[in-house]
Design a protein around this ligand. Structure first.
Ligand code: NAI
Length: 401
């Protein structure tokens, strides 16, 4: 297949490498010209893209990775910032960027997408069902609940480490009745079992990142959000989850599941039973990679896919780091995750005290009062037709109307 991967982040590296390895023609597109230049330069210097597989994956008995040559240089077809060069020839377009970049990517590619192509969004996070239709009303979109892999770029444009492959993943489409064959094709491409859902709206609630990322950031930093660390002391992210943090995450999960149950009463396409409790989600997603499933906190601590992943930080000075509240764990997973769910909860009159505590604490630490802003937007929405509510934010977008 001719496939374009949109994005140059961790997931894009992993996806491009894994699909190259299967013999597909793979392009990389990003509208961010500087990163494309850098990607190309590093890739060329390295002579290709190297795919490293973490212990967790290699240990997967009987998996497809057992005999993989980790030194092989995988060859991409084109790396470009010009959508016209790659999108028209692509039968599959895979968008792998944080949700705050979906709008930009979709706006850049929309006029070049062939009618027969599918756009796969990995992952959807919250609210994609509202945004995608305003940008590309006719597109055929398949969205995933999360990324199939746990992965980190080791060297930009050169080397990607994939530490985990999930067993099973949820996906849904717009339009909802897309042929099953497209889902089967993706199962084969990604070596993963897909559980097809009726509505992308279910994925908004099943979005696990909205619990894990803001929830663990809150849990780790709730007693001292101004903490600083030496490089050696930067806390591990998932492996630092203790019983108390696990209880916070479980409570957030319970609240979201209540929202899903209430939503399914008004929209019968929403399958509330598919919005799993986080313990069940971990078991289903990472069966075989978790050494100790006896409790939620032990599942985080002993999941091989989470091994070594550190709390995001910014460097303040030599060997001095602070938590990075500008990381995607916050700027993606709150406005494109937890806040979307909180908004839906409000419409359904479902109380979410633990989510509110997480939102208002992180809001305080970042000088960004999410709950108050949500109130302000909600007060404006029914009495206005602001272009911003329909994804129109710039003069260029006004031209295209
Ligand atoms: P990343 O942070 O590595 O992605 C950064 C890339 O996004 C940039 O290199 C750029 O190509 C693109 N980007 C950022 N801002 C942009 C903009 N304004 N316009 C256009 N492109 C822009 O993210 P990563 O790790 O690849 O994750 C992708 C998605 O997968 C996210 O939603 C993340 O939450 C999710 N995910 C990632 C996992 C992982 O192990 N990396 C695991 C589970 C989910």
């Amino acid at each position: 297949m001719n496939i374009t991967v949109c994005g140059c982040g961790n997931g894009a590296h992993a996806c491009a490498a894994l699909l190259c390895r299967k013999g597909h023609t793979v392009n990389i597109f990003s509208p961010l010209s500087r990163e494309v230049e850098q990607f190309k330069a590093n890739y060329e210097q390295n002579g290709g893209l190297t795919l490293q597989l973490g212990d967790g994956l290699l240990a997967k008995a009987g998996g497809t990775f057992g005999t993989y040559d980790q030194n092989r240089k995988l060859k991409l077809n084109l790396i470009t910032d010009n959508p016209k060069e790659v999108i028209p020839a692509s039968s599959l377009i895979i968008v792998i960027v944080p949700a705050f970049a979906h709008r930009n990517i979709l706006a850049c590619i929309k006029e070049y997408v062939p009618e027969s192509s599918r756009i796969v969004i990995l992952p959807s996070r919250g609210g994609l069902e509202f945004e995608a239709g305003t940008i590309m009303p006719k597109a055929r979109v398949i969205a995933f609940q999360t990324l199939p892999w746990a992965c980190r770029t080791r060297m930009f444009g050169c080397e990607i480490n994939v530490s985990g492959l999930k067993n099973k993943i949820q996906a849904a489409s717009i339009p909802a009745d897309m042929p099953q064959a497209y889902f089967a094709e993706l199962e084969e491409l990604f070596d993963i079992e897909i559980e097809r859902l009726k509505s992308i709206l279910t994925l908004t609630l099943a979005n696990i990142g909205q619990i894990f990322h803001p929830g663990i950031m809150y849990g780790l930093l709730r007693h001292n959000p101004s903490a600083t660390f030496t490089e050696a002391d930067i806390p591990l992210f998932y492996e630092s989850v203790d019983e108390e943090i696990a209880a916070i995450l479980a409570a957030m999960s319970d609240e979201i599941r209540t929202v899903a149950r209430e939503l399914s009463k008004v929209n019968t396409d929403v399958e509330s039973d598919k919005v799993l409790h986080i313990s069940d989600w971990l078991r289903v997603s990472y069966e075989g990679l978790i050494a100790d499933t006896s409790s939620l906190h032990n599942m985080f601590r002993t999941n091989a896919a989470y091994k070594g992943i550190k709390t995001p930080t910014v460097k303040l000075a030599d060997n001095l780091y602070a938590p990075d509240f500008g990381a995607r764990y916050i700027v993606e997973d709150i406005p494109f995750g937890l806040l979307v769910t909180r908004s839906i909860a409000g419409m359904l009159s479902v109380g979410t005290p633990v989510i509110d505590e997480v939102l208002s604490s992180i809001g305080r630490w970042t000088d960004n009062d999410y709950c108050e802003k949500l109130k302000a937007v909600k007060s404006l929405a029914p009495v206005s037709r602001l272009p911003e509510f329909y994804g129109v934010n710039s003069s260029q977008q006004l031209c295209g109307l």
